[in-house]
Design a protein around this ligand. Structure first.
Ligand code: F6R
Length: 258
């Protein structure tokens, strides 16, 4: 795992956008996350599109997850959120932005067909990830199988609490989601996880330095051949090897610099 510690959340976004821009230039298949963390990265990519001509016209995108039962046009559906925050502002074809269908009555079939669609597209080249305060990625809550496919999951009460800020009240947060599984996420060729703020510090320590375990689903990054974790100083607070990560980052061979 490559762990990059940057001074601020804005620096995390700049670095992440630089990495994603490299893939966009190749016409890659992008795996997109929602939530607060990637918003600044999306804003930087939108700026690069407007001011530097960065094009996404050859790209495809797959979202990590979707609430079950929320109409697509609901302001908080991830279908709407990713368009509002990112893809409406760049030149990717809307038909090439895919998300799990949280309205299909048979969620097992919906999960299977989403995994098939990802595979048929040639797979995800770079998967952007946030991490929950409880260590979830996508909505693979603690206890998720490390090999899981896209499927229905019940949100952890902590996640409902964390996401209540996007809704009028915690009661309005849907309790179920269709999420890419940890097996699905692991098939992406490059995993790029971002975390900012001290609320994420325990999860960052657990995912990078704790055991690989269903208790911390984000720890699957330790098993991945190409995983990059970018955190700000606040989220890096609990890392025990932070001095070594900084040293390795500063002494990277030139061909490994982003
Ligand atoms: C969102 C997702 C979640 C979030 C995580 C962190 O598509 O899959 O795993 O990445 O809950 O959310 P924020 O960034 O809001 O702290």
């Amino acid at each position: 795992m490559e762990i990059l510690i940057r001074p601020t959340a804005a620096d995390v976004a700049t670095q992440a956008a630089r990495i994603l821009a490299h893939y966009a230039r190749e016409g890659a298949t992008l795996g997109l996350a929602t939530g607060s963390t990637p918003v600044a990265t999306y804003q930087e990519l939108i700026r690069m599109h407007r001011e530097e001509g960065l094009s996404f016209a050859q790209c495809r995108a797959f979202l990590l997850d979707e609430y079950i039962g929320l109409p697509r046009e609901h302001e908080q559906s991830y279908y709407r959120t990713i368009r509002r925050e990112f893809t409406e502002h760049i030149d990717i074809e809307d038909a090439n932005v895919h998300s799990p269908d949280g309205l299909l009555p048979d969620s097992d079939a919906a999960g299977r067909s989403y995994d098939e669609a990802i595979q048929q597209s040639g797979g995800v080249d770079i998967q952007l990830l946030g991490v929950g305060t409880n260590g979830h990625v996508g909505f693979n809550e603690p206890g998720s199988s490390l090999a899981s496919p896209t499927r229905l999951k019940t949100l952890h009460p902590q996640t409902v609490k964390d996401n209540a800020r996007f809704f009028d009240s915690a009661d309005d947060v849907p309790r179920h989601v269709l999420t890419q599984g940890l097996g699905t996420i692991s098939r992406a060729r490059h995993l790029l996880l971002l975390a900012t703020g001290e609320g994420k510090a325990p999860a960052v320590h657990a995912l990078a330095e704790g055991p690989v375990s269903a208790h911390c689903p984000a720890s699957i990054l330790q098993l991945h051949p190409h995983a990059t974790v970018i955190v700000d100083e606040a989220a890096a607070r609990d890392l025990q090897e932070s001095e070594y990560y900084r040293y390795a980052d500063a002494n990277k061979p030139s061909w490994q610099r982003h």
